[in-house]
Unconditional design. Sequence first.
Length: 104
Amino acid sequence: MPKAEAVVWSYIKNKQIFGQRFLRQFSIGSYIVDFYCPKLRLAIEIDGTSHMKKTAFEYDSDRQAAIESLGIKFLRFRNDEVYEGIGGVIKLIENKAEELLKDF
């Protein structure tokens, strides 16, 4: 697992976010997302430098749109956001989880 993903995983594994279970490397159709919470239908992607190339950016955008078309919410963070502000990243995940939990 890339370092930035490992950092995020250390904060979301073991139901640390509002008791919700997140899975790693989860398949959705023909795609794999870094993290997924089945109950909340929330996907999280952590993007390294390879995702900053134009072709990768276009692929990621199309992939995200396809996943979102299935009713799945999506959060995307860059490696540098994780390294420089993990507290903010986790707060955004918590805020989205809390918002989605209101539907239950």
